[in-house]
Design a protein around this ligand. Structure first.
Ligand SMILES: NC(=O)C1=CN([C@@H]2O[C@H](COP(=O)(O)OP(=O)(O)OC[C@H]3O[C@@H](n4cnc5c(N)ncnc54)[C@H](O)[C@@H]3O)[C@@H](O)[C@H]2O)C=CC1
Ligand SMILES: O=C(O)[C@@H]1CCC=N1
Length: 311
């Protein structure tokens, strides 16, 4: 009997293989390393950029792109209330309550509202979307098929999953191009986002996984940082010092992991002295099921993204 789970997995593998084949054909493999991409500073500084939604993620991306070549005078943000708009004005960005105004004045529009609001927002702006626009949805779960269905025929749509550390230019971003988005549209988005952090392109099937791994993953890391600090408080360290050391520990561990290029298990073994403190602590974490719990957390968040995408 057919197992629908296995079928789905085979399809994902096929999609991945096809994508890698296309990359090979296009000699684009180097593009998989976000740091080797071709920048186009002139294009970035001329591009008119819009944000629909003025929340945490829109602000993170805006801060990231403004630390690159984008100019505040070329950015406009809309939201129904003024609650979140002040911080954009502090960046020198124009604000409005009209989504239509954002679309009409922009070449590239980030749709950064909560997933359940994407359909009403796209329906509202659809008549103002033209062939010059690139519409970039950052909403968890919402598929390219849904976005394209709500926009005029042949619209250029891209699905992007960023994460909050874009705010400090250390985001991890993955995007997938819609059926009418060309390679150069992807290159333009990469160039614009390059100061937000690591920017990668992949097949759409990876976007929900990236949502679990990294969009939500940052919150998993914060939980771990909080628990590290609380452990130290339990052992008698003042809370402020414990939190400051916990955040530096997470930062240092992450930086060393990225810069060394080593597997995490290798670095872990470099910290462990036989019979020393670390192996005792690691044993306790394994007994508590940290590894399985973390894998399950990525799985649940991915599944939830998939569920949000089902209409
Ligand atoms: N917060 C995060 O770490 C991440 C969020 N995302 C995605 O980004 C999107 C936005 O999330 P957040 O920024 O966290 O939410 P948020 O609640 O901070 O911001 C949502 C914004 O949308 C505005 N809004 C509501 N209705 C609107 C309408 N009809 N027209 C225009 N603007 C409207 C709100 O006023 C608010 O400014 C979500 O779809 C989420 O899945 C993706 C990756 C990470
Ligand atoms: O929790 C959420 O649904 C969003 C998507 C990834 C991070 N925050």
């Amino acid at each position: 009997m057919d197992d629908p789970g296995i079928k789905k997995q085979n399809w994902d593998v096929k999609e991945t293989e096809l994508f890698l084949e296309i990359l090979k054909d296009l000699d684009m493999k180097k593009c998989l390393d976000g740091r080797k991409i071709k920048m186009d500073p002139e294009m970035d500084s001329q591009l008119k950029i819009g944000f629909i939604g003025a929340g945490n993620m829109a602000f993170g991306i805006a801060k990231g792109i403004l630390s690159g070549n984008a100019l505040p005078a070329n950015i406009k943000v809309s939201a129904p209330s003024s609650r979140n708009l002040g911080r954009f004005q502090e960046l020198g960005v124009a604000v409005t309550h009209s989504n239509e105004e954002v679309v009409s004045g922009s070449d590239l529009v980030f749709v950064a509202v909560k997933p359940h609001l994407v359909a009403p927002v796209l329906t509202e702006i659809s008549e103002h979307v033209t062939e010059r626009h690139i519409i970039v949805s950052v909403a968890a779960g919402v598929t390219l098929a849904t976005v394209e269905e709500l926009l005029p025929e042949n619209s250029v749509a891209i699905r992007l999953m960023p994460n909050l550390p874009c705010l400090v230019q250390e985001g991890a971003l993955l995007f997938a191009r819609g059926s009418h988005a060309k390679q150069e549209d992807g290159a333009l988005l990469r160039s614009l986002l390059h100061r937000c952090g690591l920017v990668e392109e992949g097949p759409e099937a990876w976007i929900d996984i990236h949502t679990g791994l990294s969009g939500s993953g940052v919150a998993f890391v914060y939980l771990f940082a909080e628990a590290l600090a609380e452990g130290a408080v339990k052992m008698g360290m003042p809370s402020a010092l414990a939190h400051s050391i916990a955040s530096q520990t997470v930062l240092g561990a992450g930086k060393l992991l990225r810069e060394s290029g080593k597997h995490p298990a290798q670095l872990r073994s470099e910290v462990c002295t036989p019979g020393g403190t670390t192996i005792y602590g690691l044993h306790t974490l394994e007994q508590g099921g940290l590894r399985a719990a973390t894998m399950s957390a990525v799985e649940s968040a991915t599944e939830r993204a998939r569920e949000l995408g089902r209409k």
